[in-house]
Design a protein around this ligand. Structure first.
Ligand code: PEP
Ligand code: MG
Length: 544
């Protein structure tokens, strides 16, 4: 099998463009169904559960210690909660009961008990208890992994590896020791998947949509992942290895030189400056923001808090997440975008229904204005967190001044509620995303209503050029450098400045160093980019 693969190149879509070489770790079957099998010795099976619980507690303890270092105590607390839940007698007795009465295997008993408890929590009135539903599922899944020994890779002790999988779930990626991941290669997945976001945050070479047969691969094989070329080579030849080594050396040297720019200003030689902030998708990404010396967070895609789960995150859960981010960032600005669910970012419990054209459908601010109860929960959490730091809010997919006025009315209602309940809050700076041609064309009116603009070039390009940003076939046509886009950006900057408002770019184009000079010359005030791009953009500005 390995011989057939030797030196063969597979191509995929680049998520992050570094290059690496190393051993492959194949993750298989995380979504495999758990089999129900009959057993003869119930006590023996119960002992297996007990052992699995002990290992799980130990794993969670290690995860807790790691998370405290990376994201702080309050975010790490979830692992302590999981440890406590694993010690819960009701939960464990329920598993033992299933084993004894049905004489079935421990994996099945743990899985079915997890589902039952999760349903029970989900049906409770109390918001906090409802949120525990996902936790029960998580601990049960951990038990099943420990019991089955498959998928239960001990990420804390694994050797640095290239992870190859069909796709990766958020819970799988979160568990991995990020320092030990050399690259991600997945057969499926999208550029907006959690794995993709994670890879960009951590500067890990990553490819998705790679048409490789996982059954033909084995853990321990060698591979080269070249993000820039969008290729992975399994069992590379000697020549391919030498070429890759040369590329790796060059890349290391470039990274070393970039480190020298930490602490330096984003200033041109003639004294013009621009803020360079970073984009994040989760609380734990803040570490990468600080590590790469970004001046702030220009886009926190809050919808990732809503993804990969079975129900809405509660106000408290969101408040803790936002507070943690602003507190960790200290005085630095944190722009949190209200949820941009819909289109390619789907969460079943929103029950959005099937649409023929979801990118132009019921999404983002449209959901918030039509279902204000969802919006208000998030706004309450945001206004409360704003009392703890330099938080700004921004609203996605705006097309009219009327929408901004409606938002302001809802924000005023939320403010009244918080005041009445005597809950500490602060009305933050509020901006809007300019990511529709309509918003560009009425940006003069919008500038009077918003505190700032952030240009979402990913969607702006899609809507202006009428090209689906997800459609691989259209990649040759998707040209964010199109004159129409650049003229729109200039128009937005001019209209914002006429009203004394600042304007940033938070779409991928902001990190396109071929345009850094153009943006500075246009008068763009801020660029928000994936954390590993911060120093590269700074280098470009300083070279002007
Ligand atoms: C954009 O559209 O440019 C943007 C930043 O938002 P997202 O990529 O999350 O749609
Ligand atoms: Mg967008």
């Amino acid at each position: 099998m390995a011989e057939q693969l030797s030196g063969k190149k597979f191509f995929g879509k680049t998520v992050y463009s570094g290059i690496t070489m190393g051993n492959v770790m194949v993750l298989r079957g995380s979504q495999e169904r758990i089999r129900r099998t009959k057993i003869a010795d119930a006590e023996q099976e119960i002992k297996r559960v007990k052992d699995a619980v002990e290992s799980a507690k130990q794993q969670l303890g290690e995860l807790y210690d790691k998370a405290v270092k990376e994201v702080g105590e309050s975010s790490a607390a979830i692992f302590e909660v999981h440890q406590m839940m694993l010690g819960d007698d009701d939960y464990l007795d329920a598993i033992y009961h299933v084993i004894r009465t049905e004489m079935v295997n421990a994996e099945y008993a743990a899985a079915i008990t997890g589902d039952n408890f999760a349903d029970m929590f989900a049906g409770m009135d109390d918001e906090y208890m409802q949120a525990r539903s996902a936790d029960v599922k998580d601990i049960s899944a951990r038990l099943v992994r420990n019991l089955s020994g498959q998928g239960g890779v001990d990420f804390s002790t694994m050797e640095p590896s290239i992870i190859v999988a069909d796709d990766l779930s958020p819970s799988e990626t979160v568990q991995m020791d990020k320092k030990k991941i050399l690259a991600f290669v997945t057969v499926h997945g999208s550029t907006n998947s959690h794995t993709a976001i994670l890879a960009r945050m951590m500067s890990i070479p990553a490819l998705i949509g790679v048409p490789v047969d996982l059954n033909a691969l084995q853990t321990g094989m060698t591979a080269i992942v070249d993000g820039a070329a969008g290729e992975v080579i399994f069992e590379p030849t000697q020549t391919q290895c030498s070429e890759a080594e040369e590329k790796i050396r060059n890349e290391r040297e470039k990274i070393r030189l970039l480190q020298e720019l930490k602490g330096k200003k984003n200033e041109t030689s003639d004294g013009r400056s621009i803020d360079i902030y970073a984009n994040i998708g989760s609380v734990s990404d803040v570490g990468y923001v600080l590590e790469n010396d970004a001046g702030g967070i220009g886009l926190f895609r809050s919808e990732f808090l809503y993804l990969g789960r079975n129900d809405f995150p509660s106000e408290e859960e969101q408040f803790q997440a936002y507070k943690q981010v602003v507190q960790t960032m200290g005085k630095k600005k944190v722009v949190i975008r209200t949820l941009d669910i819909g289109s390619d970012k789907q969460a079943d419990y929103f029950e959005l229904g099937k649409e023929d054209n979801p990118a132009m459908g019921y999404r983002a601010i449209r959901i918030c204005l039509k279902q204000p109860e969802i919006f208000k929960t998030q706004l309450r959490a945001l206004l409360r967190a704003a009392a703890y730091g330099n938080l700004s809010v921004m609203y996605p997919m705006i097309i009219s001044a009327d929408e901004v006025k409606q938002i302001k009315t809802i924000v005023a209602e939320v403010e009244q509620e918080l005041k009445k309940d005597e809950i500490p809050y602060r009305i933050p700076e509020q901006g809007i995303m300019i990511e529709t041609p309509a918003a560009v064309m009425v940006s003069d009116e919008l500038a009077e209503l918003a505190d700032f603009f952030s240009i979402g070039t990913n969607d702006l390009t899609q809507y202006t050029l009428a090209i689906d940003r997800q459609n691989q076939r259209l990649e040759d046509f998707y040209n964010p450098h199109h004159k129409a886009i650049l003229r729109m950006i200039q128009m937005v900057v001019d209209n914002a400045h006429k009203c004394g408002k600042w304007v940033g770019i938070c779409g991928e184009l902001g990190a396109d160093t071929a345009l850094t000079e153009t943006f500075v010359n246009m008068g763009v005030d801020e660029l928000s980019v994936a954390p590993p791009m911060v120093l590269k953009v700074r280098e470009k500005v300083r070279a002007m």
